[in-house]
Write a protein that binds this ligand. Structure first.
Ligand code: NAP
Ligand code: MN
Length: 288
């Protein structure tokens, strides 16, 4: 019933924006919940997804690929990112939740051995919504959205980048590139660059250098910089040829670009549904 789906999607969006964090669908009977599945194309994930589909349909939760209340991801964090981008147009109408079929991840709390718990938490309304504002980047006449990070990388030659924060010049950078991540993305590429993992709830951006050049006549900050996510960040250069703009899993050629402007998105709010009572410290600790 398309009418019902539209309504239920809107109901919890409004509540999220009023209260920040909330529990959705206390009594699932009053709203007709629907789901879609985004599955990593490997055998284990596809088998898990089939089991899940059967169990959800037994609970009266129907599949709807276009207007799902829940986008259920089976795979890894990379699959979760892919799913979010697939539903970017209607992002705030869906809640995203995942079942892991590989190593443990940051976006997904349930293992493929916990399908019963997953289905009962979902059908009995035990999930909590965790809102995360995405990053919005404007470059080359396009608007792009990032869950994890926006990065400029030049594998071909030394890239000069002037960095402006809230319109003020901050530094001239030289090197292979810069990575600007969200709190969610701090455990991804940023961590490989020696950036700090940011605790959930911190409204922050973090900028990390990719092989910055530092010597007696040239220096940039040289260490990762954590700033408020209300900061407007601008990267500019007279020549971005050879560089790519990475936005999560996507890459764009920067040949004809002069600036990249990044800010917290006011319109794109991602809702991650969390059910399992696992602390963020445990989630982080169990990965290593
Ligand atoms: P991908 O293979 O799907 O992802 C690369 C790795 O990053 C995978 O192990 C993935 O976990 C993990 N990952 C993704 N988001 C994460 C997060 N928020 N916290 C912790 N780990 C996370 O590759 P892709 O689709 O091209 O790129 C997607 C993301 O990968 C990018 O946004 C970037 O952050 C990250 N990446 C990292 C490096 C690096 O660390 N050197 C290089 C390129 C890209 P799963 O195995 O669970 O999928
Ligand atoms: Mn992956």
């Amino acid at each position: 019933m398309p009418g019902d789906e539209g309504k239920s999607g809107k109901v919890y969006n409004d509540r999220v924006s009023e209260q920040g964090v909330m529990t959705v669908m206390q009594s699932s009977g009053s709203l007709s919940n629907t789901f879609s599945l985004v599955v990593r194309p490997d055998k284990a994930s596809m088998q898990t997804a089939e089991k899940l589909r059967r169990q959800l349909e037994e609970q009266g939760i129907g599949e709807d690929a276009v207007q799902p209340d829940y986008v259920i991801v089976v795979g890894g964090d990379g699959t979760f990112l892919y799913a979010i981008h697939q539903y970017m147009e209607t992002l705030s109408r869906h809640a995203f939740i995942g079942v892991h079929t590989g190593t443990l991840g940051f976006f997904m709390d349930y293992m493929d051995t916990e399908l019963e718990d997953f289905v009962s938490d979902l059908s009995e309304g035990r999930l909590e919504m965790e809102p995360h504002a995405l990053m919005e980047a404007r470059a080359g006449g396009k608007t792009l959205y990032a869950v994890n990070e926006v990065r400029i990388e030049n594998p071909v030659r030394t890239q000069n980048i002037t960095v402006y924060l809230n319109g003020e010049k901050f530094e001239d950078f030289r090197g292979s590139g810069l990575c600007l991540c969200t709190q969610l993305g701090s455990s991804a590429y940023n961590r490989s660059l020696g950036g700090a993992v940011l605790q959930k709830g911190l409204g922050a951006f973090e900028m990390a250098e990719i092989a910055g050049i530092h010597h007696s006549r040239f220096r940039s900050l040289g260490v990762p910089f954590v700033m408020s996510d209300t900061t407007a960040v601008r990267f500019s250069s007279e020549d971005f040829s050879g560089a790519v703009l990475g936005v999560d899993s996507d890459v764009l050629d920067m040949k004809d670009m002069q600036t990249v402007e990044v800010a917290r998105s006011e319109s794109k709010i991602l809702h991650i549904a969390r059910g399992k009572k696992i602390t963020d410290f445990r989630r982080l600790e169990r990965l290593f």
